[in-house]
Write a protein that binds this ligand. Structure first.
Ligand code: IMP
Ligand code: MG
Length: 405
């Protein structure tokens, strides 16, 4: 029975794998057609959607193929999915198969940049990266393999000491590591507030982190976001949050920062109901979209530039999300944060590409899902706990070793 289940599940995975291959092929053809614009008949024909595109119109861009059949076989050996008689393959089984497939796709030389979310990905929600964390030796191992690391967190602090508080285990371990050279040590950046504060590892700086002035890293699009528009967007978001606190009688306090506004529990031990956090996100998103002050990255990518002839307004990109215990509205989102890392590390030889980037995070489904935004600029892995991050990094190291030998 389990052999038959294994054969059938593997077959389904192969079918989906082939659908994605076909989608990638069309994605490439459409790209070359739009780039061609040579007036030929081929370039004038409207692109035919793939079968996957018809079934899942919101599917984002694929940066790599996904070896789903092989990934399923790997996870089946680990989780005994096809040995189960009563419980069908679950959402988590599929999520882990997809992670394995993505991991397989970026090993074999493709991976140049790994970005990590903070809360729930590297440490438990609201905690810090302590020296004893098993994730630390795995991150050092990536640096040793000359892979760049970006910690792309929503946590927004203007000064290095606050990031040191949250990440001291890692920063001290890098400083003490005898076998990392200076270039490898400097291959770590912190991108805070989603896309608002950049710090590089710098052993001589206080707290081992040096802030990089915005002018040195903002992309041209980001440099065009005016301070007045940012403040106006945050004002509207703050008033929407206040309305939610009042109408749902939330036990919450408003926190206003220079690049974010949020609600946090009024006492540390209080938990705001998940449903009310989700409602708050949806209300704030709607009000900001209607105000035309803000725009959101969609599943299929960032919105295109406004059509010529329109008044040119698209709004400042923002990310309103449910952080588990709180709701925050940040300027920009992780698609911008990861883009900055790709450009920062590619300052000399050209930006690191999406197919050479892997973002690991936990927020892909809750309202606002801030890690999901990174999906539009690189490959992603969706983990559910720091322990899963450790497993993923072990899988990655294992595959790299096997492919090397
Ligand atoms: P992440 O999981 O590393 O992206 O961090 C998300 C969490 O950071 C949120 O749920 C908040 O608890 C916390 N946080 C602290 N400051 C900010 C901020 O300015 N914007 C968004 N989240 C923040
Ligand atoms: Mg998180």
């Amino acid at each position: 029975m389990s052999e038959e289940a294994h054969r059938r599940y593997a077959e389904i995975m192969r079918d989906v794998e082939m659908m994605i291959d076909d989608h990638i092929l069309r994605q490439k053809q459409n790209q070359s057609q739009t780039q061609g614009q040579d007036g030929s008949l081929a370039s004038l024909m409207s692109p035919m959607p793939s079968k996957l595109g018809m079934l899942v119109p919101t599917a984002g861009p694929f940066f790599s193929r996904l070896p789903l059949e092989a990934a399923f076989k790997y996870q089946d050996r680990k989780r005994y999915i096809s040995s189960r008689r009563y419980v069908a393959p679950s959402f988590n089984d599929v999520r882990l198969v997809l992670n394995s497939a993505q991991t397989m796709a970026v090993t074999g030389g493709a991976l140049q940049l790994a970005t990590f979310d903070g809360d729930v990905t590297l440490y438990d929600d609201g905690e810090s990266l302590e020296p004893s964390s098993p994730v630390i030796p795995r991150l050092l191992d990536l640096l040793r393999k000359n892979i760049k690391i970006g910690i792309v967190t929503a946590a927004g602090y203007t000064t290095a000491d606050r990031y040191y508080d949250r990440l001291h285990g890692l920063l001290d371990a890098i400083a003490a590591s005898p076998d990392l050279d200076d270039t490898q040590k400097q291959s770590l950046v912190i991108m805070g507030g989603e896309a608002n504060y950049l710090f590089t590892y710098e052993p001589s700086s206080p707290h081992r982190l040096a802030p990089v002035p915005r002018l040195e890293w903002l992309t041209p699009e980001m440099a065009a976001w005016s301070e007045a528009e940012i403040a106006a967007l945050l004002d509207v978001a703050e008033s929407a949050l206040r309305d939610c606190v009042r109408t749902m009688n939330l036990p919450a306090t408003i926190v206003r920062k220079d690049r974010a506004v949020g609600i946090i529990p009024s006492e540390p031990h209080i938990r705001i109901a998940r449903e009310n956090l989700e409602e708050t996100v949806l209300v704030v998103q709607r009000i900001l979209e209607l105000s035309h002050l803000g725009s959101q990255t969609q599943a299929t990518g960032r919105s295109p530039p406004p059509p010529s002839g329109s008044n040119g307004r698209r709004g400042i990109p923002f990310c309103a999300f449910n952080g588990g215990r709180d709701v925050f509205v940040d300027i920009g989102d992780k698609s911008w944060g990861v883009t900055v890392c790709q450009q920062w590390f590619g300052r000399q030889g050209g930006a690191i590409k999406g197919e050479n980037t892997l973002h690991v995070g936990d927020q892909f489904l809750s309202a606002g899902s801030n890690d999901f935004k990174a999906r539009s600029v690189g490959t992603t892995a969706w983990i559910a706990s720091p322990a899963e991050t450790v497993e993923l990094l072990d899988e990655l190291a294992d595959l790299m070793q096997k492919k090397l030998s």
